[in-house]
Design a protein around this ligand. Structure first.
Ligand code: C5P
Length: 407
């Protein structure tokens, strides 16, 4: 579960579930939304109940599932207008071809439709249908209509469909839906029209065709920064060493291995970047020569001669122009602050984020981090241990503040 769901926390989300086999994914979607801190109410169309039980969705959402205008037992009615006003977001996932057509034409024959027509909040749809149904001109026209209404369509994926056919039509995965909602709900545009370059992850320096030198960097901090910058409206370019993370949606991604490769990619993007954040744990040294064949086990000792890698932050700091902001990271084990301040000078940074390995829960691999942000003018702000997603927000806020001071 991705922890960068700050935007979803405390949001009121109405989830409409319609009659599609992809309704089984709604259970996981509800669980993820609730875990991210949202208050979720589920609305089902009558045919959705044939695919997943209200009991499942009521249990996971911690709220009764609504599907009819009135409660048969006591005649009480479910007020669609109130529901529509309650929600911060109406998400219809899965969206069947039938409900799509109804939304496009304003039909109002069930509680979900009445709520859709009453809702004032943003509306997002995650279509799910067989490839031919999806490709049908009628479906495509209806989708165009929803877009023209200002609604957000979460594109279906391609792959094997429940029918056994292969093609476009499978509902986006819950993780992707969550990320799209996050973008939709983000209301800060503090980095609009800004280009942000981020280096992230470790580098891998080849010894021979099967071995390399690397480090424990997980890339989490860099990927969270990419996500937060994207949410703030930036055009994000993420140059990353090999990590085991999902690339945030909407981010320009460049996968690299060695420091030389990372440097070349970053250098190509740098001159156009308004902000560059060097988060990558770049290997300081790489084998001087890479063996073309696998090194054989022979003597008791083996020496590998290393050569210095380019310092990407320093090198780009030298060609940095007025108005460009660069931010570095420092992971120190001793005299942390003094070393961090020196790095601001040597790498020509505007700001450095200091994290130590001494604090439990901070640093490599963890989802949390404890940092201090030191600026070029010498200010130091200490932050408590937080989720890396929140640390990323603190860093981006500090960058935005700095940009405001520069104008
Ligand atoms: O000198 P040190 O490795 O401690 O500096 C850390 C900072 O410099 C980080 O921001 C890191 O991304 C960047 N760096 C770099 N290229 C290197 C080494 C570090 O960009 N070869």
């Amino acid at each position: 579960m991705n922890k960068s769901m700050a935007l979803i926390k405390n949001k009121k989300i109405l989830l409409g579930v319609t009659g599609s086999i992809a309704a089984y994914k709604s259970a996981y979607l509800v669980r993820m939304l609730v875990k991210a801190g949202a208050e979720v109410k589920v609305l089902m169309t009558p045919s959705a109940e044939g695919f997943i039980t209200p009991l499942t969705l009521a249990t996971l959402s911690k709220n009764p599932v609504l599907s009819t205008f009135t409660k048969q037992e006591n005649g009480e009615w479910n007020n669609h207008v109130e529901l529509g006003l309650w929600a911060d977001l109406l998400l219809i996932a899965p969206l069947s071809a039938n409900t799509l057509a109804k939304c496009a034409h304003g039909f109002c024959d069930n509680l979900l439709m009445a709520t859709y027509l009453s809702a004032r909040c943003p509306v997002a749809f995650a279509p799910a249908m067989d490839l031919d149904m999806y490709a049908h001109p009628s479906t495509q026209e209806n989708l165009k209509k929803l877009k023209a209404f200002g609604h957000h369509i979460i594109e279906p994926g391609e792959g094997e469909l429940a029918s056994g056919l292969e093609g476009k039509g499978r509902m986006a995965e819950p993780e992707d839906i969550l990320e799209e909602i996050e973008i939709l709900l983000s209301n800060t545009q503090a980095l609009k029209q800004k280009k942000v370059l981020i280096t992230a992850g470790p580098t891998q320096e080849a010894i021979d065709p099967v071995r390399f030198i690397s480090n424990h960097s997980s890339g989490k901090m860099g990927y969270e920064l990419a996500r937060v910058c994207r949410n703030a409206g930036a055009e994000v370019h993420l140059v990353s060493g090999p990590v085991n993370l999902r690339v945030p949606k909407g981010v320009h991604f460049y996968g690299v291995h060695a420091a030389d490769e990372m440097y070349a990619k970053a250098q190509a993007i740098f001159s156009g970047a308004d902000v560059t954040i060097f988060v990558a744990a770049v290997a300081d040294y790489a084998p001087k020569s890479v063996s073309e064949t696998k090194i054989k086990k022979k003597d008791d000792e083996l020496s590998i001669t290393l050569r210095k890698n380019p310092d990407i932050a320093s090198a780009l700091g030298k060609v940095k122009k007025d108005g460009q902001i660069t931010v570095g990271f420092a992971l120190e084990t001793d005299n942390a602050e003094m070393h961090a301040r020196k790095k601001i000078e040597s790498k020509n940074l505007d700001m450095i984020v200091l994290n130590t390995l001494q604090d439990s829960g901070a640093g490599f691999r963890y989802d949390t981090n404890k940092v201090a942000i030191i600026s070029k003018v010498g200010e130091k702000v200490n932050f408590p241990l937080k989720a890396k997603s929140e640390v990323a927000e603190d860093i981006v806020n500090a960058i935005v503040k700095l940009m405001d001071q520069k104008v």
